[in-house]
Design a protein. Structure first.
Length: 416
């Protein structure tokens, strides 16, 4: 086992600024994703992997050939190169804490930022473990560079231990997952895989078998702007109409701050513009895909109510599908989850089938016909200057991946 090498990989990857940029239509949206992709390609080739492609979209696809005498279906492993635009990923200065002592963690770059045990109860189970934090001025990038490091370490350990049986493993590193575009340029049928696993989950031992279904509502509000000195009975203020619209959304339900578990929400997250035109974006989320239409219909109803209050105002609401609950598609290939469960059981590791109040590339892969559960990768507090990761949990994820791919090979052998 090489936890030191795993740590080195992770520290190397997080120092590359791969922040996604949702203000551009380019894919990838930032040059750092190309840079990190080139680094990974070099490392894969150094392991002896010959089948490596880094295409003009920044996507890296490689294949570790199988080593069994019998035919085994191809299984894919996926992680994404980009980090969230919600917090800067430039000049990341990771802090390594060995033998964590159980105390609150004051971050060195901004001592006002503290990772507190009461807010991170999982720390109680990680005494004496190795943690990696930010310095309090940037995110860390564990989402999803922890996944990148885990997959790369898994592949190298297979290369070093030829006695471990495995079928063909497709490595897929995507771009711009954080802004909902991760799978847009992946030839999913061309992967020729029966199942895939995203390494993009929190902590350890989670097998994510459901995600939200998600749509985006882009609401354009047209007003009439004119100089305030002559505005009487002529100006129609799009900002006021937008504010009225938002105020009519529920305050004690259907919002991220008031819901949990399987409850969906409507989340206004950006408002831009002026008197003449304003644009509001609202995330629509629910585990029941059919409810997305109901939520969208409610937004349209609110728009009509506001229109009635502001003569001359005009609303245009465009609904864009983002991803769908991966639980719907996982039913088509039960081995995907069953083998992940078996890997944890054989290793004697605790696990639970869990749901994500969000989405991953796995949601889109599954929707496009490639069943893709999400597995833990040791990341915590993503998208935040309080982000941290646990090396011991990342190491556990490597052992799970190794066991999982062996189970795929062995189960196929037993069926012949």
């Amino acid at each position: 086992m090489e936890p030191g090498r795993l740590l080195s990989r992770f520290l190397r990857y997080v120092k590359v600024d791969t922040t996604a940029d949702d203000t551009t239509d380019e894919y990838p949206s930032s040059n750092g994703q190309f840079e990190l992709g080139r680094m990974l390609v070099g490392e894969l080739k150094a392991m002896g992997i010959d089948d490596v492609v880094h295409n003009d979209r920044g996507i890296v696809i490689a294949t570790l050939p199988g080593n069994t005498s019998h035919e085994v279906p191809t299984v894919a492993l996926n992680s994404h190169l980009d980090t969230s635009p919600e917090t800067t990923g430039k000049n990341v200065q990771p802090q390594v804490i060995e033998n964590y002592d159980g105390r609150d963690i004051v971050l060195s770059g901004n001592t006002d930022k503290v990772i507190r045990r009461e807010e991170n109860p999982e720390l109680s189970d990680l005494i004496d473990c190795t943690l990696i934090t930010t310095d309090g001025t940037t995110l860390l990038g564990g989402d999803d560079k922890a996944g990148l490091a885990i997959i790369m370490e898994t592949v190298e350990r297979f290369c070093e231990n030829s006695e471990l049986p495995h079928g063909p493993v497709r490595i897929v590193f995507t771009c711009d997952e954080e802004i909902g575009r991760g799978v847009d340029y992946v030839d999913v049928p061309g992967l020729n895989a029966v199942a895939c696993y995203t390494l993009d989950g929190p902590g350890a031992g989670q097998i994510d078998v459901e995600t939200f279904s998600a749509d985006l509502a882009t609401i354009t509000i047209q007003g009439i702007n004119i100089h305030p000195s002559i505005a009487q009975n002529r100006m129609v203020n799009a900002i006021k109409a937008a504010a009225d619209f938002v105020s009519r959304l529920p305050k004690d339900s259907l919002s991220p701050e008031t819901t949990n578990n399987r409850e969906g929400f409507l989340h206004p997250y950006t408002l831009e513009g002026g008197v003449g035109e304003a644009t509001l974006r609202v995330l629509i989320r629910d585990f029941d895909t059919d409810r997305l239409e109901q939520h969208a219909a409610w937004l349209k109803q609110i728009a009509q109510e506001v229109t009635n209050e502001y003569p001359g105002i005009q609303f245009d609401i465009q609904i864009t599908a983002q991803y769908r609950n991966l639980g719907d598609g996982l039913k088509q290939e039960p081995r995907a989850v069953n083998h992940a469960v078996a890997a944890h059981e054989r290793l004697g590791l605790p696990f639970r089938r869990s749901i994500i109040r969000g989405g991953t590339d796995g949601s889109r892969f599954t929707e496009l016909g490639l069943p893709t559960p999400n597995l833990s990768s040791g990341q915590h507090n993503p998208h935040s200057v309080l982000e941290w990761a646990c090396l011991d949990e990342m190491e556990q994820a490597v052992t799970v991946c190794l066991e999982l791919l062996q189970i795929w090979a062995e189960s196929e052998s037993g069926s012949r």
